[in-house]
Structures are given as C-alpha cells and as structure tokens.
Design a protein around this ligand. Sequence first.
Ligand code: COA
Ligand code: ZN
Length: 323
Amino acid sequence: MALLLEKNAVKKLLITDVSPRDGLQNQAKYFSTQDKLWLVEALSACGVPRIEATSFVAPTAVPQMADAADLLAAVSDSTKDKLCVLVPNQKGLWRAQEAGAREVCVVLSATETMNQRNIRMSLANALSTCLTVLAQAQEAGIRTRAYVAVAFACPFEGQTSPDVALRLAKQMADAGADEVVIADTIGAAHPVQVSNLMRLLMADIGPGRLGIHLHDTRGLGLANAWAAMQAGVQRFDSSAAGMGGCPFAPGAAGNLATEDLAWLAHESGYETGIDLPALLQVVEGLSNRLQKPLGGRSYAWLKQHFSRFPGTTDLEAASGFPS
Ligand code: COA
Ligand code: ZN
C-alpha cells in the first residue's frame, strides 16, 4: 500500500535545458542563428519548461554567442517566456533588456582565479557586479537566476570549501535571486559532496529557489543528480545531447544530458513535462548539424527502445517493457 501511494504521488522536477548556451559556447563549428532558433523552438516544443538560450557576453570572449540579440528577436513570444539568458556584467544586462529578455542569469565563481579567467574580475568585484545586476534586473521586472560556479571544485584552485559555496549562495539568495544555482562547472563533484552541500542549502534557500547544474566529466552526473533529488532539489540544469562546457574552465566536459536526467526522473516517478521521444529527435538534429555523434549515456538504448515501441511514452514504456 505504501509503495502504491509512493508511486502515485506526483513529484515534479523543473529542468532548464542549457544546451543553446552552455552546449554551444564551446563548439568549434559555428552554429548559425537559424540553427540556434531551431534548437530553442524544438526544445520548447518537446515540453522543456525552461531554456537557457544564449549569453550576452563580449563577442571577443565567446564568438559563438555574438548573435544573442538576433536570436531573441526571432524567437516566438510563447517560447520567449521560457527563456533565460546569461549576463556577465551590467552591459550584458542592458543588452539583454533591450533584446526583451524576461530572465537573466548572473555568474559568480566561488574562487578568485575562476572569476579572473572567466570574467576578468576579482571575486569581490564579481560579487558586487552580481548584486548590482540582480538589483537592476529586479527593478526592471526581469526574473533572475544566480549561478555559484565551481561550487565543488575549481580547475585552478582545487577543492572549493563548502563554507565558501554556502556563503556565496546565501548572499545570492539574500539579494533576492529567484533561483540560486549551484554549479559543478567541471563535473568534479561526487554524490556525498552533493548531498551534504545541497542539504545544508535546502534548509536556507528551499526547493522553490535552489537549483543544481551538473557536468558529467567523470561519469557521476546521474549519481550526483540522484543525490540532489534525495536532498529535495527540484530544479536542475542539463543539456540536450550532453553538450557543454565552459571555454574558460579547462577539463570541463559536457553537461549532464537532458535525456539522461529526464529518463532517470520519469523512471523514478517524477514528472518533467518533457516528451522524451521528441527530445531524442532534437539530439539527432544536433548531431546532424554539428556533424558528430552526440547523445547522453542512455541515448543509444533510448533511441533503439522507442523505435521498437513507437507511440509509447517513456512512462508507459517503463512499466513492463521487454528487455
Ligand atoms: N557584451 C558585449 N560586449 C561587452 C560586454 C558584454 N556584456 N561587456 C563588455 N563588453 C565589451 C566592452 O564594451 C569593450 O568593448 P570595446 O573594446 O569595443 O570598447 C570590451 O568588451 C572590453 O570591455 P571590458 O569591460 O574591459 O571587459 P573585459 O575585457 O574585462 O571582459 C567580460 C569582461 C565579462 C566582458 C568578458 O570576460 C566576457 O564576456 N566573459 C564571458 C565569459 C563566458 O561567457 N563564460 C562562460 C559562461 S559562464
Ligand atoms: Zn556548465
């Protein structure tokens, strides 16, 4: 009886697909504005509830994101409401605002060196910039997310002290960020660290505002996601096809793949709103456009499975499919 109740209880995960930003920022092949528009609209059509569409950064720093304003201008109005965009400074916020962005993400790295390498600011300067941008965005009625990057480990300074990550996350929460996202930027965290930090933060920030952003460099992406889910986290970043990585953080491999996370979530009784077979087509579209095989760890199996059982939703497939 208890098992049945548990199965019937509806639990939800809010997934933000970051493939158009984190996924593309590191790609050597230029992805045209038209292709970016296809990606954003296709993710939206799959039921992905939120999408990090682009970043308003210096085009000299990340040439792939130079068309941020053009992309936003081309997106349909219904999709636009699902989008957030990354801004590294006030100029980024002004550009995003002018382009009609409804949600912006600020980035604060937990270490001195990562801030210097990523946005050429000291930690203190990055913190005050984030606080200013958050305040200005709020005043303009723009929703906000605040990343705490390299929250578990930094490619330059090694392990990040949990006390530092906690303090910075709380500062972002106190500044009124609508969501505080703890980022394992280089995919170096393990589940015990994730569990410990997210449980502490959950007590302060709560499931409505606390999110996590995972990379899958060491094969622990899903295990870390599960640890976060068990800690009560309901907001996750992931990237279609597992694309991703910060160009300024050496050793960062792709993000946790959205298809892997959605599959784990659905198998475990969480709703995401994502149509998994449709998402697999987006992954295929990305592979074709970037001319290389892409996809998360479950992709090959999922693709074969849904082609054997066309028309099934993954939840139906999960209950009693043949091996
Ligand atoms: N968008 C576009 N151009 C910007 C900008 C922004 N948000 N911020 C600054 N610039 C321009 C300035 O206008 C200036 O242009 P000019 O040379 O034509 O006058 C030039 O960039 C340098 O400005 P400065 O303020 O000195 O910036 P910087 O060289 O110290 O670089 C950042 C700082 C933040 C702009 C840059 O490091 C950056 O964009 N980083 C993004 C990193 C990133 O995307 N990481 C991955 C995601 S976390
Ligand atoms: Zn990332």
